[in-house]
Design a protein around this ligand. Sequence first.
Ligand SMILES: [Fe+2]
Ligand SMILES: [Fe+2]
Length: 306
Amino acid sequence: MASSKEKIAGTMEFPPPTPQPNVYPLSWENVTMKLQEVWEASQREYWDPEKLPWDTFDVSKYTWEQRESIAYWWTLLSVFDASAPPVFASALIKTYEMHEEDVVRRCFFSVTRDEQNHEQMCGLAITKLLEHPDPLTYEPKTDIGRRLQKNTKWLYYNGGRYWEGFKNAVPKYSLAVLFSSFLMGEIAAATIFHQMSAGCSELVFKEGFKKIGMDEGRHMAIVLTLMERDYPKLAQEDKEVITKQIRAGYLFLSAVLFEPPMEFWDIPEDFIENQREGEKYAREAGFFIPEYEDKKRELEKKLCLT
Ligand SMILES: [Fe+2]
Ligand SMILES: [Fe+2]
């Protein structure tokens, strides 16, 4: 739709060129065919969190300490998974503005859709465990529940700060630079969910983690394929930004991968202690969370990767 009210169609045969970047391409060009396979897999592997075997999940067999601790872990995850849909949705818009290949647009659409599923999964688990749909307004029933809710409030506060930074970066940087901030997230996510699926005793969590792990594996493939395509052409200043972005992404994710580092996360003194105690209750209830030493080993492996 033309923004000026004045009609011009009667004065010329063809319209003037549309100013760029224009939000929609009228083009379905595909070059990076490796991504076609990822897209097809995303269509095949699509799942619905509501259709998981929730009827087998009997929360009454857990103590309130265990319920609040497992719900805390899902809350920790949802700090990432509830911010992923808007993050990837804005990257999706960017693929349209940049007139990216058709298959790249489809892949970013699939990631946005998958992340929305992960968020739903977190919401379903939390609501069942707490019998309340919101961990911030929930009234804790135990001492550990109260301390974990304090952690939740600080996680929420920190997650909000990250979004502001990302929003400012989107118009400034190319997709190649923006991908780099997703990289750590996708690699980390793909490994942790497979481990959790293998280790959890509750069927609905096992199934959910398996599906989430599969989704994250595809997201990692998308990010890596685009890096292969774009990184050889990068300018030196972009390379420096990318190094910083990978590190920032890693520090952000470390809250779920390992433990939030104090220099990046603004959290109170007792945060780590509360989280460790919550993890103890969750593990004792058969909810698999990698142990401190295993997390540390994973962390060291990831650092070698970058
Ligand atoms: Fe996710
Ligand atoms: Fe993801």
